[in-house]
Design a protein around this ligand. Structure first.
Ligand SMILES: C[S@@+](CC[C@H](N)C(=O)[O-])C[C@H]1O[C@@H](n2cnc3c(N)ncnc32)[C@H](O)[C@@H]1O
Length: 221
């Protein structure tokens, strides 16, 4: 499904979020706290938006690796980043079986990816394994806004989003999947509890646009 929408994925994000995903992603990277020289792993990197922002932050002395299990997404990430940043590379790989040694990265991130992983707790554990003690795991994911705003957002997400996503990508089902998985994925305090169970400490949760999305950052060790 992700390979099928890879060509139109960036346009879809811009149109369907009215460009807002760019601001969220910048905020996400800022809250993850990268420093010059850091090593960062971006899991479920898609076309590489997050990895690219990290690569600019960690500078020449740092290193960023973006991993995704869709070869088409990785191909697109590589062509977008071509000749751009020498400290950035992309590899195929599964979030549940990362081919990296333990205690390797300062930060591991996953943006709009964890709800797609078959076992989110196992995915978080696997990211945690690759991060050095004292490092951080950062997650950006959809939530479920409540009240009047929530009702309006649900209308958008259930009807307009699949319709417009279908027009842009030719795959309406992919955008219905987005709505269905987002509507039931634990957010806010529930996701914080999951991170705590997995073993993270000093967990910070930050809501975006009244709970449409959330940023979570947890410390390892
Ligand atoms: C909605 S896209 C998010 C892409 C990007 N992180 C962003 O924020 O724009 C979800 C991505 O997760 C990838 N993905 C889903 N499950 C995965 C897994 N188990 N391992 C690696 N990648 C996965 C998909 O191929 C897809 O590129």
């Amino acid at each position: 499904m992700f390979s099928d929408i890879s060509e139109s994925y960036d346009l879809g994000n811009d149109v369907l979020s009215l460009g807002m995903h760019r601001l969220w992603k910048k905020k996400f990277v800022k809250l993850a706290g990268p420093k010059s020289g850091d090593r960062v792993l971006d899991v479920a990197t898609g076309t590489g938006d997050i990895a690219t922002i990290f690569a600019k932050k960690v500078g020449k002395g740092g290193e960023v690796v973006g991993v995704d299990f869709s070869p088409a997404m990785i191909a697109r990430a590589r062509s977008r980043a071509k000749n751009l940043l020498p400290n950035l590379r992309f590899e195929s790989g599964d979030a549940l079986d990362l081919r990296f040694a333990s205690n390797t990265f300062d930060i591991a991130s996953i943006s709009f990816g964890i709800r797609n992983v078959d076992n989110p707790a196992a995915g978080l554990k696997e990211m945690m394994r690759t991060v050095k003690p004292g490092g951080h795991v950062a997650v950006l994911e959809f939530g479920q806004p409540s009240g009047m705003w929530g009702a309006f957002y649900r209308f958008y997400s259930r009807t307009l989003l699949p319709f417009l996503g279908g027009l842009i990508s030719g795959n309406e089902e992919a955008y219905s999947y987005l709505d269905e998985t987002s509507a039931r994925f634990p957010s806010g305090e529930k996701f914080v509890a999951l991170m705590r169970e997995v073993g993270f400490t000093d967990i910070v949760a930050h809501s975006l646009l009244g709970g449409v999305a959330w940023i979570y950052v947890g410390k390892v060790g």
